[in-house]
Design a protein around this ligand. Structure first.
Ligand SMILES: C[S@@+](CC[C@H](N)C(=O)[O-])C[C@H]1O[C@@H](n2cnc3c(N)ncnc32)[C@H](O)[C@@H]1O
Length: 360
């Protein structure tokens, strides 16, 4: 059916400033409920949720001004909320491109913050029940063209000034127009993708790469790192690539390709069997597959080796899924020596999350 482009197809318009907070939240699969619980606690008014993808992606709506809702979430960023797409408008959509483009046009006009030369990324996602074939391949180029022709916008994938997000569900399209920082991640749905390199030692490397982005760090800016639970050596290899001196501790073997590296010192021992002079390192990373409580005690035992103000990046296993309680317990143990900067379940974390701490 050829639908025509009527502005009355745009059935709701939650512009920033509007009196409803409406957004699509995404968590790692299996952690959507945790994310909802965290969001619920941030609002004084009732928040309603509807699953889009089970225990992963959901629509949320709260009786709060849009800007206020966003501010609450950004100020106290939920550990398990990976991505947030504001819903500026909901458009009836039957696969007709012209209607969708008209809806997008009215969303951007209403936002009123367009200027020539703006860099915009178009991100399209879809619900389970929308078949791949229903998302026309030419849709993204068509939106890019609309933005370029009408407003002189430069289409980009990364480092955008604005993100035009489109979530397609059966019969509906949810349109968002936002600054990347308001989405909590500038990757579609917060799914951060890194290219796998030839000879890459472990997939675990992606976790540290993502932590660097998520916590706004520059690993190359550190001098000397202690990597606890280092084998087979994905994190160690990244730190070496970034120019750091690395001390790796693990009773398991490091990948042979690393062993001759001139900036690497390797102790094939358990973390409780080694000790270092106070202030030897400015970075401590720990990715041990162990009980959170034991891991926290071990890291605390090594805390003096990290200089004051030094950074610690630590993954925490979520053994029984009582995630918020686990974070409280671990940070409770660590707080004598560290101050927690951020706890986040990264896209590359499976049954775990990552802590960013500073040494007191
Ligand atoms: C998930 S792997 C680490 C992967 C690593 N980050 C990488 O990038 O290749 C967990 C490691 O923790 C190590 N580990 C477990 N208990 C340990 C302990 N008490 N002391 C040191 N390492 C330990 C294991 O031997 C294992 O190699």
């Amino acid at each position: 059916m050829m639908g025509s482009a009527h502005s009355d197809q745009v059935t709701s318009a939650a512009q920033p400033g509007a009196n409803v907070f409406r957004a699509i939240g995404t968590a790692n699969r299996g952690y959507g409920q945790q994310a909802q619980e965290e969001v619920r606690r941030l609002f004084e008014t009732k928040v309603s949720f509807r699953w889009i993808l089970p225990n992963e992606t959901f629509m949320m709506e709260a009786d709060a001004a849009f800007a206020d809702g966003l501010e609450r979430i950004k100020r106290n960023e939920p550990v398990f909320l990976r991505h947030l797409q504001p819903v500026n408008a909901e458009i009836d959509w039957d696969g007709d491109e012209a209607a969708l483009l008209e809806g997008i046009r009215s969303v951007i006009r209403a936002a009123g913050d367009m200027r020539s030369g703006l860099r915009a990324a178009v991100q399209i996602r879809k619900g389970e029940r929308v078949p791949e074939s229903a998302v026309p391949g030419q849709l993204k180029p068509a939106i890019d063209r609309l933005l370029a022709d009408e407003w002189g916008v430069e289409p980009v994938v990364r480092e955008a000034d604005r993100i035009l997000s489109l979530f397609l569900e059966a019969g509906k399209a949810f349109v968002g127009w936002s600054r990347p920082e308001d989405n909590l991640s500038d990757w579609p749905g917060g799914a951060v993708r890194f290219r796998r390199e030839e000879g890459q030692i472990s997939r675990a490397k992606f976790k540290l790469l993502e932590a660097e982005l998520a916590f706004g760090l520059d690993l190359a800016g550190y001098r000397s790192a202690l990597d606890v639970g280092a084998a087979p050596g994905g994190w160690t290899s990244l730190l070496l690539e970034r120019g750091l001196k690395v001390t790796a501790v693990d009773p398991a073997k490091l990948d042979p390709s690393l062993l001759r590296h001139p900036r690497l010192t390797y102790y094939g021992q358990r973390a409780d069997e080694v000790s270092f002079a106070a202030g030897s390192f400015d970075l401590l990373v720990c990715d041990m597959s162990w009980s959170p409580h034991q891991m926290a005690k071990l890291v605390l035992g090594l805390a003096d080796a990290l200089q004051q103000g030094g950074t610690a990046i630590i993954t925490v296993k979520l053994m029984h899924k009582k995630a918020l309680q686990t974070i409280r317990e671990v940070t409770g143990v660590l707080e004598t020596a560290f101050s927690l900067q951020k706890a986040k379940q990264l896209f590359h974390n499976r049954e775990e999350l990552t802590l960013f701490l500073l040494k007191k």
